[in-house]
Ligand binder design. Structure first.
Ligand SMILES: [Zn+2]
Length: 312
């Protein structure tokens, strides 16, 4: 064989092999390399105990903080191929959403957040958190407008946080992390850090930077967790959007509230039982989780609902 042709064949072979390794590598990416341990807080519980807590659970204070306005493609937030979405003639467009954090005050255990809102560092200088400008543009960070940053809220209210309950590890849910003291314990859903998905290859390094110097993530170790053992707060494993996606049922002084996380980003999705779209890793599990949460609220309509990024 001609020597030149053989060299070309070898180069093509090596490049193909490298490409295969690259594809294998990105498909093995996890959300973070940060250490994770089983949570020391919370007791394993079940659906019936959660239902019983609606009347007997301890009541705690809940505040909603609107941290930012944002616009993202509806096709990411909502499965536009779902029958109800097709029937309603929904088309892809930039949808108005918000980024929240929720402040829980327990009379004995103190102050906690559900998710983190956005910090001024994330808003003003995302590059300092390892977000390159191309990824910021891909995420549409320039379409974000800060309302109340997490540090402004924490400082104004003089909150001494005892922990953060995360619905999942997507960047827009840990975007307030740099405003939170590095000692504060962080809680995630089971399996959240072990999920493998190619898009995590782009975000893993950023999540690692946001979690750097913080304690190991504490993972809820069951489908239902009674967080304080008094029926005030339950973590409900609701996988699909991500493997560890977690909803929280809080028995607030004003009545029970279900924080869905991104099991439903939108009000329309909740009201029409349509699961999230392309932003999820497993649409079929995500549909099952959404239906489980909708069934709970249909059975107990005294529960009010807070979707992940809009208000009902
Ligand atoms: Zn998400």
């Amino acid at each position: 064989m001609h020597k030149g042709k053989r060299t070309i064949k070898i180069v093509i072979g090596v490049l193909s092999l490298l490409f295969v390794f690259f594809i294998i590598w990105i498909n093995q990416a996890t959300p973070t390399n940060h250490p994770v341990i089983t949570s020391v807080l919370g007791q394993k519980s079940n659906y019936q105990s959660l239902v019983n807590s609606l009347s007997t659970g301890k009541k705690i204070s809940v505040k909603k903080i609107k941290s930012a306005n944002w616009k993202v493609p509806l096709s990411g937030l909502l499965n536009l191929d779902a029958e109800a979405a097709q029937h309603a003639g929904l088309e892809d467009h930039d949808e108005n959403i918000q980024i929240y954090t929720f402040h829980l005050t327990h009379p004995i255990h103190g102050d906690f957040l559900i998710d983190t809102g956005i910090s001024s560092q994330f808003y003003n200088d995302p590059q300092s958190l390892g977000i390159p400008s191309w990824l910021g543009s891909l995420y549409g960070l320039e379409k974000m407008t800060a309302l109340t940053t997490t540090e402004d809220y924490i400082n104004e209210q003089n909150v001494a946080l005892k922990g953060v309950f995360l619905t999942h590890l997507h960047l827009d849910h840990i975007s307030g992390m740099s405003a939170i003291n590095k000692q504060v314990p962080l809680y995630v859903g089971q399996g959240e850090t072990q999920e493998r998905y190619f898009l995590y290859a782009a975000t893993q390094g950023i999540t690692d930077i946001m979690l750097e110097g913080r304690p190991a993530l504490q993972e809820w170790a069951a489908d239902y967790i009674d967080v304080f053992g008094d029926g005030s707060v339950f973590a409900i494993h609701s996988p699909g959007h991500t493997a560890g996606s977690t909803a929280y049922l809080v028995n607030s002084i004003e009545g029970p509230v279900l924080f869905t996380g991104d099991a439903s980003h939108t009000s329309w999705g909740w009201n029409h039982s349509v699961e999230p779209g392309s932003f999820s890793t497993d649409q079929i599990r995500s549909r099952a989780s959404l239906n489980k949460l909708i069934k709970l609220v249909k059975s107990y309509p005294e529960i009010s609902v807070q979707p992940g990024h809009q208000s009902l």
